[in-house]
Design a protein around this ligand. Sequence first.
Ligand code: ADP
Ligand code: MG
Length: 324
Amino acid sequence: MNIPSALQQANSDHRTLARSLRSYSQQQHQRVLEIVDIQKAYPNKQVLEHINLDLRAGELISFLGPSGCGKTTLLRIIAGLEQPDYGKIIKKGQDITRLKPAKRQCGVVFQNYALFPNLSIAENIAFGLHPKQYSKQAKVDRIAELLDLIELPDIAARYPYQLSGGQQQRVALARALAIQPDILLLDEPLSALDAVVRVKLRQNIRLIQRQLNIATILVTHDQEEALSVSDRIAVMYAGKIEQLDTPHNIYYAPQTRFVAAFIGNMNFLAGRVTGNQQLQLIHSATEVQRTHRLEKDEWFEIGFRPENACLILDPPQQQQGLMI
Ligand SMILES: Nc1ncnc2c1ncn2[C@@H]1O[C@H](COP(=O)(O)OP(=O)(O)O)[C@@H](O)[C@H]1O
Ligand SMILES: [Mg+2]
């Protein structure tokens, strides 16, 4: 994997880090969404277990995890398209767990473009605009505004089949934003697109999200995508959030073995403590708990990134083991 440039220099480039920390602390207080102990099972299968998470004003959180880990189910529960077995969804302080999807003020974009093929682009975008709230002229203005936002000002009269996949997803984004939602929910919106379009569009989405300062959840199984565009990432595995953290911490300070192994490349070496801060490494793969204190004779694994390894030829002090 290519480490996203935003992360590459993060250890040494204080400006990058300071910038990300600054935007993070500004957003700390206002919670737009709180997910409280959500649980969900299908027959014979627990899909979500004790999910807790808060989404702050203007923040973009990615749900990142392997296929089948529960990302879409969690997003659908937030959108109201699925009911949880237990737990609450709170939006701006209001319990919306039992509220109908249309009343939740969530804009949703799915993986497959899901535009109405028989409606023009303008009609697609205006689909959710209520006639009571938008006069005919207000509707026209709003459509023009959104087409400008997605940088496709001239396509109002076209139909979905006349657009590329990337353009269709931008229209789907415009349609989701039309109602001025409190939260934008994106379920793998880029995964059906080819690689170049995907990278460009994820930057567009991030720019628009920043410009509108809209709280957003992006579901993805693409770690580079999540690391590049997110304020925080919820790494999910088998129905649980393994770690909810900044991209920097997810990459440089993984809190579980799964996160360490899932994000980027990680080498694991099993070893045993042989003395004060001294490890003897062996070639078997033994899984052990994370440990802060090294007790003599304890077995564990160390994980390190390839970019942090350096080969030293025949250092005399390392013939017996590895110093850390
Ligand atoms: N309607 C359903 N009925 C039964 N099982 C389902 C249903 N929807 C999802 N699942 C199962 O729940 C698990 C999580 O699915 P999903 O949330 O779609 O995962 P992801 O989006 O992370 O790939 C999967 O094992 C999936 O097969
Ligand atoms: Mg999914």
